[in-house]
Design a protein around this ligand. Structure first.
Ligand SMILES: C[S@@+](CC[C@H](N)C(=O)[O-])C[C@H]1O[C@@H](n2cnc3c(N)ncnc32)[C@H](O)[C@@H]1O
Length: 207
C-alpha cells in the first residue's frame, strides 16, 4: 500500500522533474479550477498543495497575489523557477511556502480565494477543510477538488481507491461551512488525465 507522505511526494516530484521538467512547465491549469476562478476579480489567493505550480502561476499571471504551499521542496523549486522564467511581475506576486497541510494553517480571513486540488489527507478530512476555510475572507471563495475512491454510479473502485481526499459529504458536513453558499458540490467524471471521478466543491463565504 502506498503512503502518500512527504517522502513519497518528494521522491515522485524528484523523478518527475528530472524526467519531464519541460512537459510539467507547460501543463495547463486544472479545468475545474479555470471554470471557477476565471470570472473572479484578482485579490489574495492561497494554493494549498500547489505541486508544480500551474494554478499558482496562472493566478499570478492574472493579477492575483498568491501564497503557494506544498511540502515537497523539489516541486516548489521547480514551480519557482518556472515562475521566474516568466518574468519579475509574475514571480514577485508569489510567496512559495514549504509547509505541511496536516498542520499548516492560513492566517484567519486572509484570502479572497483558497484552492486545494487533489491533496491526499493524512488526518481528518473535515479538520483540513475547516483549517482551509478559516483562511477565506468574507465574500471569498473556497475551491476544493478531490479524487473519489469509488465511482458513485457503478460503485466500482477508481484508480484513487486507496486514497483519502476531500469529498462532497465531508465539505457539506463541515459545521463551519453551514452558512456558506455552495455554488458547486458534485462528483464529476474526469475527462482529462486518465479515468476517475472528481469531487468538486466551490463554496462562497457570505460577506
Ligand atoms: C496530486 S498533487 C496535486 C498538485 C496540484 N494541486 C495539481 O492539482 O496539479 C498533490 C500535491 O499535494 C502535495 N501534498 C500532499 N500532501 C501534502 C501535505 N500534507 N502538505 C503539503 N503538501 C502536500 C504534494 O506534494 C503534491 O504536490
Amino acid at each position: 500500500m502506498v503512503h502518500y507522505d512527504q517522502d513519497h511526494w518528494e521522491r515522485l516530484w524528484s523523478r518527475t522533474v528530472e524526467e519531464h521538467a519541460n512537459i510539467l512547465a507547460r501543463r495547463p491549469p486544472n479545468a475545474h479550477f479555470l471554470s471557477t476562478v476565471a470570472d473572479l476579480p484578482p485579490g489574495r489567493a492561497l494554493d494549498a498543495g500547489c505541486g508544480h505550480g500551474a494554478e499558482t502561476i496562472w493566478l499570478a499571471a492574472h493579477g492575483w497575489k498568491v501564497t503557494a504551499v506544498d511540502f515537497s521542496a523539489t516541486a516548489l523549486a521547480h514551480a519557482r523557477s518556472v515562475a521566474a522564467s516568466l518574468g519579475e511581475t509574475i514571480a514577485q506576486r508569489i510567496d512559495w511556502v514549504e509547509g505541511d497541510l496536516g498542520s499548516w494553517a492560513p492566517a484567519i480571513d486572509r484570502f479572497d480565494l483558497v484552492t486545494c486540488l487533489y491533496v491526499h489527507v493524512a488526518g481528518s478530512v473535515q479538520e483540513m477543510i475547516q483549517r482551509l476555510a478559516s483562511g477565506v475572507a468574507p465574500g471569498g471563495t473556497l475551491l476544493l477538488v478531490g479524487h473519489r475512491p469509488f465511482d458513485p454510479v457503478t460503485g466500482a473502485p477508481t484508480p484513487a481507491a486507496d486514497q483519502v481526499q476531500i469529498s462532497v459529504e465531508a465539505a457539506k458536513a463541515q459545521p463551519d461551512l453551514r452558512h456558506w453558499e455552495f455554488i458547486v458540490a458534485e462528483e464529476r467524471q474526469r475527462t482529462v488525465a486518465a479515468s476517475g471521478v472528481d469531487a468538486v466543491i466551490q463554496a462562497r463565504r457570505r460577506g
